[in-house]
Design a protein around this ligand. Structure first.
Ligand SMILES: Cc1cc2nc3c(=O)[nH]c(=O)nc-3n(C[C@H](O)[C@H](O)[C@H](O)COP(=O)(O)OP(=O)(O)OC[C@H]3O[C@@H](n4cnc5c(N)ncnc54)[C@H](O)[C@@H]3O)c2cc1C
Length: 471
């Protein structure tokens, strides 16, 4: 563990330690900054030659300015610049491409939306078709541009930890098959052929899903975008947006005057003053093993699948890379932290870095008992953008309808954030018929209470619900 270095951090830490002896609540108010080794995701470590590009140093103007260099920002730059080669498109990224969740996720390339409750059969079919086309589009882009991206498409599992929920999932899968959705239910015996998990009662297998290294995808698209005329400025945080017929984006050294802007900032969007009452940042902890050989995977019981996720509210998920790394996240309150002042860990409490990662390992051992001695090579956190009903928000806003956004993927956004570029380009063009009616499209956000009620409400909820089923 590296230590915090700045004077303010040292003072904060001293205050935390002092106050935590006398007043436990203070530990939440002054938590420690997370310093996990170098907090570097496996995915980013597989792009060793990548260097962030130069920052914006002079004032410029643009037709479209995209803020954020993750899947949403890069996919928007990709589709928009192909549709409008004559327009000036700039992408501004605070740090480096894939700095956010797109370079820090669990790698599961999934169909569906984060929450699939309450839709009729027609919408269920449309959602599956839309995400399936999205996954195919990602694969097509990789092929078209010969991108060096490690991915696999041998299907993932949604596993059930309760016999009644497994039975309900089996019935639902039969209904889905009548809609042409090719998922199938696996009982415990069939599941073992793919993945030998303890404590589960069956699984739904989706053959049209897989696993992907998001950092490689986003970063290898940089030269493609530049070729298409997109100007990319990394190490360029947007500090403020001034609205008007022309928008002004303030960055540390220069301004961008632009006709339209895209908020592609997911869990960070509130800091720009947008969606503060609709999307809140949740820090998710996750680790990856060193690459395992086929004998180790067989001992573990991991045979023929790209990954799985469970049916609990603090969802546990795991994927297997083509190189043999097992990535594991979630499964407990500690794995998803929402601490006061947006910190990611808190010393000497349930939410310390050590407790959190110990807890993650225990959750994994619950499913895969032989994982107990596996070598852990990477541990990191990433910021999710959560909405109250877990519905993403994609659309356009502002008095002049020139502020486009795609945010709030609620931990299930690899596919949709890559589709977001198509959606926003169609919306800009007025050619958006095919997206109308989707639950995320121009949806009214559900307001989340302001702080400190949000923080109190969140903690009350997670303490009370524990290992509750996912809704
Ligand atoms: C730990 C974890 C596990 C996950 N696992 C999965 C999974 O297995 N499957 C799945 O489907 N989804 C998963 N997700 C969710 C998925 O990764 C996200 O939904 C998706 O990456 C969102 O992409 P994005 O481009 O919208 O946001 P991000 O990737 O977060 O990109 C936002 C970018 O904006 C930049 N930025 C922020 N503020 C500014 C500013 N002011 N100026 C300039 N730039 C700024 C950030 O640096 C960042 O690069 C996971 C997320 C996390 C954190």
């Amino acid at each position: 563990m590296t230590q915090t270095t700045s004077l303010s951090d040292k003072l904060l830490l001293a205050a935390t330690r002092l106050t935590s002896k006398t007043w436990p609540i203070a530990r939440y108010i002054f938590p420690e900054k997370l310093e996990i080794d170098d907090n570097r995701a496996l995915w980013v470590s597989q792009t060793p030659d990548y260097r962030p590009g130069t920052p914006l140093r002079a004032n410029i103007s643009a037709d479209l300015a995209i803020i954020g260099g993750g899947f949403t920002g890069v996919s928007t730059a990709y589709h928009f610049s192909r549709r409008y080669p004559e327009k000036r498109v700039v992408l501004l990224e605070a740090k480096s491409l894939a700095n956010g969740a797109s370079g820090r996720n669990g790698g599961m390339l999934l169909n569906w939306l984060p929450s699939m409750y309450g839709y009729d059969l027609e919408m269920t079919r449309r959602i599956y078709q839309m995400t399936h086309a999205g996954i195919q589009m990602i694969a097509d882009i990789i092929q078209r541009h010969q991108l060096p991206v490690s991915y696999r498409m041998d299907g993932t599992l949604a596993v059930y930890t309760d016999s009644r929920r497994a039975e309900a999932a089996q019935q639902e899968t039969e209904l889905h098959r009548q809609l042409g959705i090719p998922t199938c239910f696996l009982d415990v015996g069939a599941l073992k052929q793919k993945l030998d998990l303890q404590g589960v009662y069956g699984a739904v297998f989706d053959p049209n899903s897989g696993q992907i290294n998001g950092a490689q995808l986003v970063r290898s698209l940089r030269p493609v975008l530049q070729e298409q005329g997109v100007e990319i400025y990394e190490q360029t945080p947007v500090l403020a947006i001034q609205e008007g017929a022309a928008l002004t984006l303030k960055t540390p050294d220069a301004e961008v005057k632009t006709k339209a802007v895209v908020l592609a900032t997911n869990g960070y969007t509130g800091k720009l003053g947008y969606f503060q009452d609709a999307v809140f940042p949740l820090h998710a902890h996750i680790f990856a093993t060193a690459p395992l050989n086929p004998a180790q995977l067989e001992r573990l019981g991991w045979r023929e699948t790209a990954g799985y996720s469970d049916d609990l509210d603090r969802i546990a998920y795991s994927s297997l890379t083509r190189e043999g790394h097992i990535v594991f996240g979630g499964g407990s309150n500690q794995a998803y932290t929402y601490l006061f002042r947006n910190r990611t860990s808190c010393p000497n409490t349930l939410y310390s870095t050590k407790t959190t990662f110990d807890r993650l390992a225990r959750t994994m051992q619950g499913y895969l008992p032989d994982s107990v001695n596996l070598p852990i090579a990477h541990r990191w956190t990433g910021t999710l953008g959560l909405t109250l009903d877990r519905k993403p928000l994609i659309g356009v806003r502002g008095e002049r309808r020139n502020i486009y956004y795609a945010v709030g993927y609620s931990g299930h956004g690899i596919t949709l954030a890559n589709v977001a570029g198509q959606i926003l380009t169609d919306l800009y063009s007025g050619d958006d018929e095919r997206w109308r009616g989707f639950p995320f499209y121009q949806a009214a956000p559900i307001p989340i209470p302001p702080e400190p009620f949000r923080w109190l409400g969140y903690h009350l909820f997670v303490r009370l619900t524990g290992r509750s089923p996912r809704l």
